[in-house]
Write a protein that binds this ligand. Structure first.
Ligand SMILES: *[C@@H]1O[C@H](CO)[C@@H](O)[C@H](O)[C@H]1NC(C)=O
Ligand SMILES: [Cu+2]
Length: 314
């Protein structure tokens, strides 16, 4: 009997500890590219660099901020063209991605003249091509749309120069962002070969290192997203590269806001409320809903349980 209880308790702690995620697959111009599970046992024939844990990076200077925890080069590249639509499908052990506050950002880095399969991501100079915060129509974070199993959507710059590029998609989960070190960073890198006849490229001052471009006290990282949901969100990192949004043969204009959702509109919606988590849950059982509620409640004292459990186990 005692053993059973112990086993049950351990199971609960274990599943709470798994309450994070990774990229399961990407789709480029309609073609799906499956990724791997966590760790070293997956097939290496993927375009997505495999990570070894679903846990987030929480130190902005951690080398794993680059491509996710212990990211390994993948064997394949996805062929793409300027302007292609890309979907990034984030998953968790419980099913869809479930964090629902914080931005999503996309960066590219040029791998040079050889394929990205051998590219050392610590040498990457990243430029930003897209970022999304709150949806102006609903005031909900776009990230919350992933909770239903929907992918994150982005598109390659319409005039990007041909070449080998690492695509870095990032989710920052801010449910604990009120404390320094509380923000959770999830990054995933996919290997692309972009063709076409584009000429667009970032300027050198638009290129950043990751880690390097974020500070733990950036206003978009050390932030209480629950206290004033109408406050404009300040995205971390560089602005979107100026050439992004230009199509072939563009006039040289700056279109930083074109691909960006920056501003919220006043509503009374409060994200991450237990009722919303319960109603948007795709996990069928009450037990699982309860578990998710415990793992991601909205009030900060209880929210710490998530991390307390994690630190016990990890
Ligand atoms: C991505 O696009 C699909 C199709 O339009 C949509 O259903 C989904 O909600 C979008 N994802 C996000 C995060 O908005
Ligand atoms: Cu988490």
């Amino acid at each position: 009997m005692r053993l059973w209880l112990l086993a049950l308790t351990c199971y609960s702690i274990f599943t709470l500890a798994q309450a994070h995620g990774w990229v399961g697959s990407i789709t480029v111009a309609g073609k799906p590219y499956p990724g791997n599970g966590l760790g070293s046992s997956g097939t290496p024939s993927s375009v997505i660099r495999q990570v070894n844990t679903n846990s987030p990076v929480t130190n902005v200077m951690d080398v794993n901020l680059g491509c996710g925890p212990n990211a390994q080069p993948a064997q394949l590249v996805a062929t793409a063209n300027p302007g292609d639509a890309i979907q990034v499908d984030w998953v968790s052990t419980e099913g869809p991605w479930f964090h629902n506050v914080g931005p999503m950002l996309t960066y590219l880095a040029n791998c040079g003249s050889t394929s990205c399969t051998q590219f050392d991501y610590t040498q990457a100079r990243w430029f930003k091509i897209e970022q999304s915060g709150r949806d102006p129509a609903t005031n909900a974070w776009v990230q919350a749309s992933l909770n239903s199993g929907a992918p994150a959507n982005l598109s390659l710059p319409g005039n990007i120069a041909a070449g080998n590029y690492l695509l870095r998609h990032e989710i920052i989960a801010l449910q604990n962002g009120v404390s320094q070190g509380g923000a959770e960073f999830y990054a995933s890198c996919s290997q692309l070969s972009i063709g076409g006849t584009g000429s667009g490229a970032p300027t050198s001052n638009e290129l950043v290192k990751l880690p390097g471009a974020y500070s733990a006290t950036d206003p978009g990282i050390l932030v209480d997203v629950y206290s004033n949901t109408n406050a404009p969100y300040s995205f971390p990192g560089p602005p979107i590269a100026a050439f992004v949004g230009n199509v072939a043969s563009p006039p040289p204009t700056t279109t930083q806001s074109q691909n960006t959702i920056t501003k919220s509109r006043p509503t009374t919606t409060r994200e991450d409320s237990p009722s919303q988590i319960a109603s948007s849950s795709t996990v069928p059982t009450a037990v699982c809903r309860l578990k998710r509620r415990i793992a991601h409640p909205s009030n900060s004292p209880a929210r710490r349980w998530h991390h307390t459990f994690r630190s016990w186990v990890v």
